[in-house]
Design a protein. Structure first.
Length: 573
């Protein structure tokens, strides 16, 4: 595709020696109101350097840019140079690029040769995999897809919460009140009930706490019976998680969770001591981070057992040594901000300069209409139930719309129902708290997953109706008459397609999938406006071919966009 911004920067760089092309490109703006042009160049910065009035500079620059045939109109307006791209040039460049690249449209090789770790989902075993977990799971998966599209070599880690003193309690409870059949039948709910019972019983039998502590100590020492029980709990939990990951079509390259680092920590405790960072406090070992406003980080308890943070430090070093990452990304709730700030700081104080390459990507809370979730109060919505319900509700809607049709309703209901949940999740700026609402998720008209998928299916149907000959003609992009695509709705839609690769790049730099989501909605709305404003399948073959080419291009871009969110794009629904 023609990179108009670069072209403009090139021309301006030819006029002024003291700014590089890249610096100039940074100054170029895209006006909010497209009536002001497709691009604008403010001359304030040049005016300062040249000691000349901005409008005079704008005039000079405008006349230089006017020479290029890439623009229909170039206007100096006060301190700005407003530029209007030659429509047909942009249209031809965009449509031919999308059609020739197909599934690869939007991808880049910017990240080639660079390893990026995306750690996401990371639920705690033997605890419910609930709607709260959807955020890390879906945002993380999308970031993986986005970094992958940018050419990075991405490695996905599920840092399972599979270690810690709670397993001492769970084993203790299991030995007192548990039985194997129940665990096998319904692992997580059963294990959770043991854990809850433990907390009730310990109120009146405090000696249970000592027992649990001893059990955990045995687990840490690797004693066979405790390790086997723990392993079994882990396996059963993982089976349940995997069922949900399969529904979401999400997978991981590693499930090395907290337990994986249990034998790797003494080295770091020693290292912290040698580097003079550890302090003793009531028998425990801590790192004092007060001078950075980060409080105190507990590294080992008085009984010598390690903590969540110790395992994170060990895991980061392990990842650096094993994968030599370019970036190590953690998709974890904003509630853990302090935790991440603390241990990133500790890595830095230990002298690891790559600490700066560790990135915490936080996100806000998800609550239910009936309030925030609480495992302890039994107010918990299992993710699997949400996904099942979404598929079921979607199935009803689709079956209703497709009576007497040969559509594979079950398959489409899965793609649309699960997609609806994913899309809603990725619609909001990730840092925002939000409330999960069914009617918002499954709406076929609002800015929802079903709406976008429906628009994609609409494209598919237009293409099918157009017939093979027209499609062949449309695909031969050098023979198209792009003059037919200069109407406002066609041109605005084309501009959205043109911007798609930049949108992916922006989402990647900001770790923000919602940037892609919003752009997909814009493209879908653009397509629907074009569809209503224009007669696409006209009798004029030339016109029809050009318009169908734009529909094919839009369908491709929407599909590629949905893929970046981890969603399918059914042909019919
Ligand atoms: N298991 C943790 C939880 O459910 C999340 C783990 C986040 N990752 C990390 N490296 N600390 O809260």
């Amino acid at each position: 595709m023609i990179n108009f911004k670069e072209e403009i920067a090139g021309i301006i760089a030819g006029q002024v020696e003291f700014l590089t092309e890249a610096e100039i490109a940074d100054i170029i703006e895209i006006p909010q109101d497209s009536k002001m042009g497709d691009y604008a160049f403010p001359c304030f910065r040049l005016a300062k350097i040249l000691r000349k009035a901005p409008p005079l500079i704008a005039k000079d620059i405008a006349s230089a840019i006017e020479e290029s045939d890439l623009f229909d109109k170039v206007e100096p307006v006060n301190a700005y140079v407003n530029m209007f791209i030659a429509k047909e040039k942009l249209i031809e460049s965009t449509v031919s690029e999308v059609l020739s690249k197909g599934d690869d449209f939007g991808k880049s090789d910017e990240g080639q040769g660079k390893k990026v770790i995306v750690e996401f989902s990371s639920p705690n075993i033997a605890k419910p995999f609930h709607i709260g977990h959807i955020r890390s799971t879906v945002i993380g998966n999308s970031l993986y897809k986005i970094f992958d599209a940018m050419g990075y070599d991405v490695f996905r880690i599920n840092h399972l919460g599979d270690y810690g003193t709670q397993f001492g309690k769970m084993i203790c409870a299991y030995r007192h009140w548990g039985n194997a059949e129940d665990v096998k039948r319904e692992p997580i709910k059963t294990l959770l009930s043991y854990y809850t019972k433990f907390h009730v019983e310990v109120e009146t039998h405090p000696e249970l706490d000592d027992e649990a502590r001893e059990i955990f100590a045995k687990l840490e020492k690797g004693e066979k019976e405790e390790v086997e029980l723990w392993q079994w709990f882990r396996e059963e939990s993982l089976k349940e998680f995997t069922r949900v990951y399969d529904m979401l079509d999400i997978s991981f390259d590693s499930y090395n969770g907290e337990s994986f680092y249990s034998d790797k920590m003494p080295r770091f405790v020693k290292e912290l001591k040698e580097k003079g960072l550890l302090k003793e406090s009531q028998g425990a070992q801590v790192v004092d981070l007060e001078e950075y406003g980060l409080g105190t980080a507990l590294i080992t308890k008085s009984d010598g057992s390690t903590l969540y943070i110790t395992r994170d430090i060990a895991a980061a070093v392990y990842r650096k040594e094993t994968y030599n990452f370019y970036k190590n990304i953690y998709v974890v709730a904003s509630q853990q901000n302090l935790h991440f700030q603390q241990w990133f700081k500790i890595l830095e104080l230990m002298g690891y300069d790559w600490a700066k390459d560790c990135v915490h990507v936080p996100f806000g809370l998800v609550s239910l209409e009936e309030g925030t979730m609480s495992t302890r109060h039994g107010r918990v919505v299992f993710l699997e139930d949400v996904l099942d319900k979404a598929v079921e509700k979607t199935r009803e809607i689709i079956a209703e719309k497709n009576q007497n049709s040969d559509l594979d309703i079950d398959e489409v209901a899965k793609e649309v129902g699960i997609g609806a949940v994913i899309f809603q999740e990725l619609s909001n700026n990730r840092i925002k708290d939000y409330t999960f609402k069914w009617d918002k998720v499954l709406n076929f008209d609002g800015e929802t997953g079903p709406y976008v998928q429906y628009t994609h299916a609409r494209c598919a149907s237009v293409i099918k109706k157009a017939g093979e000959d027209t499609v062949k003609k449309a695909e031969n992009t050098s023979g198209l008459d792009y003059g037919y695509l200069t109407s406002e709705s066609a041109y605005e839609l084309t501009k959205l397609l043109y911007r798609f690769p930049d949108v992916i790049k922006d989402a990647c730099e900001k770790y923000e999938p919602s940037i892609v989501t919003r752009h997909i909605v814009d493209m879908a709305q653009g397509l629907n406006k074009f569809y209503h404003d224009e007669h696409i399948l006209t009798d004029n073959d030339e016109e029809k071919a050009a318009k169908v080419a734009l529909v094919i291009a839009t369908k491709t871009a929407i599909k590629n966009g949905l893929a970046l969110l981890g969603m399918k794009a059914p042909e019919r629904m």
